[in-house]
Ligand binder design. Structure first.
Ligand code: NAP
Length: 531
């Protein structure tokens, strides 16, 4: 097996493959392991899922020996953890760094994939597992003159490994998604001036991070089994428990108290443990949004800036909401300015800065916090060619078609856990579910003497239709990058599993019960047949 990508999913896939007795190697484009947590090393990058719920759960010893310092760990600690895992399970000798896959071509006669890296290295694998992630291709908007800008320029998702010196610099940050709102408060005090270029404000609520106390560390170790059980079965892969009532069941004063409790709750509790109607009912959502707006107005002293920071075009959770620490407070600092791109759009980059309708501002550093080509970006850039010369780019020209978000018809022995059509929630949990399924499927094939495996097109059609149907009912709107709408020209298709983790679990159970009926198992150089 060749695994591509040494992020959370790829590292786990490599471990599971070796454990199951496969010969396995992993190629990674970066010069270190960590995937998202290697590339996104910008100041302020940190988890917004609780550290121990994002970490691996396959080894109790690992869980017990690694003590996270904070409820939401910062990038350096996460990168250290992933390096620890790689060494702890003796995976490093199977990993080749600096190997960006540029082409992967299926050979029907042998049932294998020929894979070539950008540096010319080649290999052949029977099974190719692209653990290339959903947020791994940084997006740079096509701003005229971008290449002619002469100052320092960085994308949050491609951050250099040597620290960027912000001291005494005039800095621009473009974009106010989860990455932008993390870096903005962290660099504000270092820089001479910080100008934030905001197109759409987001509903930002506090992350509420805290150190993990020694007592809590001890409790985590004691509770490992119950934590694991909850995380393995919960709908979105979190420990947060759903609320037992709708907002309409509480009188107005109690609602305000509950909103205050939500405001002070950690991270995603604000989605999962909120009133049952807040994500579904417009009025309930609007009341929560009014509560957040009042918080913003109370913090941001300049009323005009406060209004610009309050979303007017989308509900809470219509886009993936960011969680923040000291974000709104940043705009009260004298060296920080907000440029509203709806009022004054960027016209072009100059050699020295950014020109909008209000004129040019000069910068030493421009930070692009402008997001990613979500879901399909990395897979479509891997030069994947399946059976009969069909490219993945051709087959997915109108959007991804998958079964369980792990395989696509016409591309035998290729799997992509943690890719498009994965469930929404705490990523490592459902990506891990997919890795387990892929590994178990390959063991099943091996045990029965098969060496090719390909999903039946009918099963793929059913799964993809289920995703499209569910997308219409999703909390996320078409304004969200989950529909691919942030990338010009990208097909507007829902890129998550709208059936969620329960649908993933129930379909996997059906697959196993039916003896892998939705897959065609075969022997290379022999006609494929249904199992
Ligand atoms: P993002 O959410 O897609 O935000 C991109 C930002 O760039 C948006 O504000 C967008 O504005 C702006 N933008 C895009 N094109 C622009 C243009 N031409 N001119 C001006 N502004 C433009 O990307 P992200 O912030 O990198 O976050 C992506 C995802 O990564 C998150 O949703 C989350 O899943 C993950 N993430 C997680 C964490 C964490 O806490 N664990 C941290 C960072 C990221 P519009 O909204 O108007 O398009």
């Amino acid at each position: 097996m060749l695994v591509v990508g040494a992020g959370i999913t790829g590292i786990y896939q490599l471990h599971r493959a070796l454990e199951a007795g496969f010969t396995a190697a992993l190629w990674e484009a970066g010069e270190g392991v960590g995937g998202t947590w290697y590339w996104n090393r910008y100041p302020g990058a940190r988890f917004d899922s609780e550290s121990y719920t994002y970490a691996y759960l396959f080894s109790r010893e690992l869980f017990e020996e690694w003590q996270w310092s904070e409820l939401f760990a910062g990038q350096p600690e996460i990168e250290r953890y992933l390096n620890h895992v790689v060494d702890r399970f003796d995976l490093r000798r199977h990993i080749r760094l600096g190997a960006r896959v540029g082409s992967a071509v299926y050979d029907e006669a042998s049932g294998t994939w020929s894979v070539t890296a950008a540096d010319g290295a080649t290999t052949t694998a029977r099974f190719l597992v692209a653990a290339t992630g959903v947020l791994s291709v940084p997006y740079f908007p096509d701003v005229p003159g971008r290449d002619g800008y002469g100052g320092e320029s960085y994308h949050t998702g491609l951050w250099p490994s040597s620290p960027v010196d912000f001291r005494n610099k005039r800095v621009a940050v473009i974009g106010t998604g989860s990455s932008g709102v993390q870096i903005i408060p962290v660099i504000a005090d270092e820089v001479t001036s910080l100008t934030v270029y905001q197109r759409t404000p987001n509903w930002c609520t506090p992350l509420n991070n805290a150190p993990i106390t020694p007592e809590e560390q001890a409790r985590l170790r004691t509770d490992f089994e119950s934590i694991k059980q909850t995380l393995d079965s919960s709908m979105a892969g979190f420990l947060h428990q759903p609320c037992d009532r709708a907002s309409t069941e509480d009188p107005p004063e109690a609602r305000q108290r509950f909103f205050e409790k939500m405001w002070n709750s950690p991270g995603f509790a604000k989605l999962i443990s909120h009133y049952t109607d807040v994500m579904l009912d417009e009025e309930a959502n609007a009341e929560w949004c009014s509560f957040i707006s009042a918080k913003v107005r109370a913090v941001v002293q300049d009323p005009c800036t406060a209004e610009k920071l309050i979303p007017k075009d989308h509900r809470f959770a219509e886009k993936r909401p960011p969680f923040v620490a000291g974000y709104y407070e940043t705009y009260d600092k004298p060296n920080v300015a907000l440029v509203d791109l709806h009022e004054t759009p960027i016209l072009r980059m100059t050699e020295t800065g950014i020109e909008t309708a209000e004129g040019e501002r000069q910068f030493d550093i421009v930070v692009w916090a402008t997001g990613f080509d979500f879901g399909t970006g990395a897979l479509l850039r891997m030069g994947v060619v399946g059976r009969s010369g069909l490219t993945l780019a051709q087959y997915w020209a109108d959007g991804p078609k998958t079964f369980l978000g792990v395989q696509t018809a016409g591309f035998p022995n290729l799997f992509f856990p943690g890719g498009p059509h994965a469930a929404a929630g705490n990523n490592p949990r459902y990506n891990g579910d997919q890795v387990d399924f892929v590994t178990d499927t390959l063991v099943h094939a091996r045990d029965h003497g098969y060496d090719t495996i390909e999903v039946d097109p009918a099963a793929e059609r059913r799964w993809t239709a289920m995703i499209d149907r569910g997308a219409a009912k999703s909390t996320f709107g078409e304004i969200s990058y989950y529909f691919g709408t942030n990338i010009p020209g990208k097909p507007k298709k829902y890129l998550l599993n709208s059936g969620g983790r329960p649908k993933l679990f129930s379909t996997i159970a059906e697959v196993v019960d039916s003896d892998y009926e939705p897959f065609r198992l075969g022997r290379a150089a022999s006609p494929s047949r249904s199992a």
